[in-house]
Ligand binder design. Structure first.
Ligand code: PMP
Length: 427
C-alpha cells in the first residue's frame, strides 16, 4: 500500500530538514501535516491518498495555465528528448529574451537565471557595481529571495539600519540594508533626504504578495521613481510574482512606472526553474562578459525551462486571456466576500489579474502592520476546513493566492459552495 501524507512526512523529516525543501511547505503557520502531491491536471491536483483539491497556490505562482497544460508538457518532452542542457547558447534563449523585451518596454537587455533569488541577488550586485554605492532600501513584508542582503527586516524607526532576519547573515551585510514601511511616502522621502547620495537601489514588490496581497499606492511608487531619479539611485521592481500574472504589461504597466531594473520569475518559466533580470542597456552592459560585475550560471537559460516559458508566454498573449483570468479571480474574491458577509464573518478580499488576497479583517490591508493585525486564528481554521472540503489555499495567512486559466465557473462555484458551508459553521 502507498504511504499516507502523515507517514511520508514523518519519513521525510528523517532525511530532509523539517521534511520539506522550502519552509512554508511545512504547514508551520497553520499547523497539521503537509499534503504530499502525486499529480496535477488543470485546476486540480491529487495527494498520495487519492484526495483531489482545487489548487489556489499554483506552485506559488508559476502555473498560470494550470497543471500539466498539454502544450507545455509537449514542448517540454520534445525539447528534453533533444538534450536537457548544453551550457552554451541556444536560439530559444534569444527568442525568449526578445519576447520579454518586447512585452516589457523597460527591458532593453535581459539575462536568464534559475530562480527569483538569483535574479534579486544579481540585480542588487549590479546596482551596487553600477552606482559604486552600497546601501539599499527594501520594505518590511516584501520578500525578494533569500540573498543575505535582502533577508533583513526592520529595526525600529525609519533610519535604523537593518538587522538580519536569519541566523548566518552577517551584521555588516545587513547594515547596508535599510528597511522602511511599505506605502509610507514620508518615511522614504526623509530617508532619501538624509542618505540619498549613498543609496544604490530601492527594491520593491509593486504589488506585495509575500505579506498576503498588499497593493502599493500609485503615489508611493511614483515617489520611489522620482527620488531614485533625483538621487542617482536605481529603482528595481521585483515582478517575480506579479510579472505576467497581474496582466500582460505586468505591474509596471498597470502603474505606469518605468523601473531601471526588473526581476522576473515564476510565470516566465512555465513551472520549470527559470527567472530573469533586465532593464536599462547602460546598466546591464556592466555585467560580465561586457563589464566588471560578475554573474553566471551552469543551468541559466536551460532549454527545457525556456521552452516551457516560451509556450506559457505564447498562450497568455491570446486576446482576452487576462480579461477572462481577472474575471474568474474576481468572481472568487467577490463570492468569498459575499459568503462571509452572509454568515457574519469578518472578512475581505481583493484580486489583481490572476492574483488575490483574502483577509480576516474588515477591509484589505495597506501596510505590513495592518496585515499583522488580521485574525490569524480565523485564517487557520478557514484553511483547514477548506482543505477538508478539497480546496487548497496557501498554508499561511501571509501569502497571496493564484487562479489559473484552467479554473472555470465549475471550480469557482464548488469553492464558493464549500466556503458557504465553512463560514456557516462559524456563525
Ligand atoms: N521575489 C518575489 C516577489 C517572490 O515572491 C519570490 C518567491 N516567492 C522571490 C523573489 C524568490 O524567488 P525564488 O523562490 O524563485 O527564489
Amino acid at each position: 500500500m502507498t504511504m499516507t501524507n502523515q507517514q511520508l512526512f514523518e519519513r521525510s523529516c528523517q532525511y530532509i530538514p523539517g521534511g520539506v525543501n522550502s519552509p512554508v511547505r511545512a504547514f508551520k503557520s497553520v499547523g497539521g501535516t503537509p499534503v504530499f502531491f502525486e499529480r496535477g491536471q488543470g485546476a486540480y491536483f491529487w495527494d498520495v491518498e487519492g484526495k483531489s483539491y482545487i489548487d489556489y497556490v499554483g506552485s506559488w505562482g508559476p502555473l498560470i495555465l494550470g497543471h500539466a497544460q498539454p502544450d507545455v508538457v509537449k514542448v517540454v518532452q520534445d525539447v528534453a528528448s533533444r538534450g536537457t542542457s548544453f551550457g552554451a547558447p541556444t536560439a530559444a534563449e534569444l527568442e525568449i529574451a526578445e519576447l520579454l523585451c518586447q512585452l516589457l518596454p523597460s527591458l532593453e537587455l535581459v539575462r536568464l537565471v534559475s530562480s527569483g533569488t538569483e535574479a534579486g541577488m544579481s540585480a542588487i550586485r549590479l546596482a551596487r557595481g553600477y552606482t559604486g554605492r552600497n546601501r539599499i532600501i527594501k520594505f518590511e513584508g516584501c520578500y525578494h529571495g533569500h540573498d543575505d542582503a535582502l533577508l533583513v527586516k526592520a529595526g525600529s524607526g525609519a533610519l535604523t539600519f537593518g538587522h538580519p532576519s536569519s541566523a548566518g547573515v552577517p551584521e555588516e551585510t545587513a547594515s547596508h540594508t535599510l528597511v522602511l514601511n511599505y506605502n509610507d511616502v514620508a518615511e522614504v522621502e526623509e530617508t532619501f533626504n538624509k542618505l540619498g547620495s549613498e543609496i544604490a537601489a530601492v527594491i520593491v514588490e509593486p504589488i506585495a504578495g509575500n505579506m498576503n496581497l498588499v497593493q502599493a499606492s500609485p503615489q508611493f511608487l511614483e515617489t520611489l521613481r522620482t527620488l531614485c531619479t533625483k538621487h542617482g539611485s536605481l529603482l528595481i521592481l521585483d515582478e517575480v510574482m506579479t510579472g505576467f500574472r497581474v496582466g500582460l504589461e505586468c505591474a509596471q504597466g498597470l502603474y505606469g512606472i518605468q523601473p531601471d531594473l526588473t526581476i522576473l520569475g515564476k510565470v516566465i518559466g512555465g513551472g520549470l526553474p527559470m527567472a530573469a533580470f533586465g532593464g536599462r542597456r547602460d546598466i546591464m552592459e556592466r555585467l560580465a562578459p561586457l563589464g566588471p560585475v560578475y554573474q553566471a550560471g551552469t543551468l541559466s537559460g536551460n532549454p527545457v525551462a525556456v521552452a516551457a516559458g516560451l509556450e506559457t508566454l505564447r498562450q497568455i498573449q491570446a486576446p482576452g486571456f487576462f480579461d477572462k483570468l481577472s474575471n474568474m479571480t474576481r468572481k472568487l474574491t467577490d463570492g468569498l466576500t459575499a459568503a462571509a458577509k452572509k454568515h457574519g464573518v469578518v472578512f475581505s478580499a481583493q484580486a489583481v489579474g490572476g492574483m488575490f488576497g483574502i483577509y480576516f479583517r474588515e477591509i484589505p490591508p495597506k501596510s505590513f502592520d495592518e496585515v499583522m493585525a488580521s485574525d490569524r486564528d480565523a485564517f487557520n481554521c478557514f484553511f483547514h476546513a477548506m482543505l477538508e472540503e478539497g480546496v487548497y489555499f496557501a498554508p499561511s495567512a501571509f501569502e497571496a493566492g493564484f487562479v489559473s486559466a484552467a479554473h472555470g465557473d465549475a471550480e469557482i462555484d464548488k469553492t464558493l459552495a464549500a466556503a458557504d458551508r465553512v463560514f456557516s459553521q462559524k456563525s
